[in-house]
Design a binder for this molecule. Sequence first.
Ligand code: FEO
Length: 164
Amino acid sequence: MSLSKALNDAINAQIGREFGASLQYTNIAAYCDSHAFPKLAQFFYKQAAEERDHALRFIKYVVEAGGTVEIPAVAAPQSTFENVAETFRLALQWEEEVTRQINHLVDLAVAEKDYQTRHFLDWFVEEQLEEVNTMDTLLRIATRLGEQNITLLELYLPELEEEE
Ligand code: FEO
C-alpha cells in the first residue's frame, strides 16, 4: 500500500466533508426551489452532484492506492436561511474552508514525499480556485442587486455555468 495511515485518515475525513457539501448544496437547492428560484435551484442541484463526484474521486483514489475507505458520519446541513444571499455566503465560506482542507492534504503529501497523492490533489487545487470564484461572484452580484431585485440574478446563471 502506497498510502500512509495519516494520509488515508485525512482523505477519509475529506470524503465525509465532500458528501457534507453535497448535502448542504442539496438543501440550498431545495430552499431556492421552494422560494421560486428555479434556475438557482438547478445550479445548486448540479453543485450537489459535483460534490458527490468529488467524494467518489477521493474514494476511487484511496482504493487505487491500496488504502481503506471509511466514510465518516456526515452532519446534517443547514436548512433554514434568511434569504438567497445568505446561501451564497454560506457556500463561499464552505468553499474557502474546503480550500484550506485541500491545502492541508497537499502539505501532508509533501511532508511524506508522497508525490503520487500530491499529483492526484492537483485537480482539487484547481477546482477550488473555480469553486471559490463562482460563489464569490454569486455573492457579489446578489449584494449589488439587493434583496428587492434578487430574482434578476437568475439571468446571470447561464454565464456562471459556462465558466465551470
Ligand atoms: Fe468539493 Fe466544492 O468542494
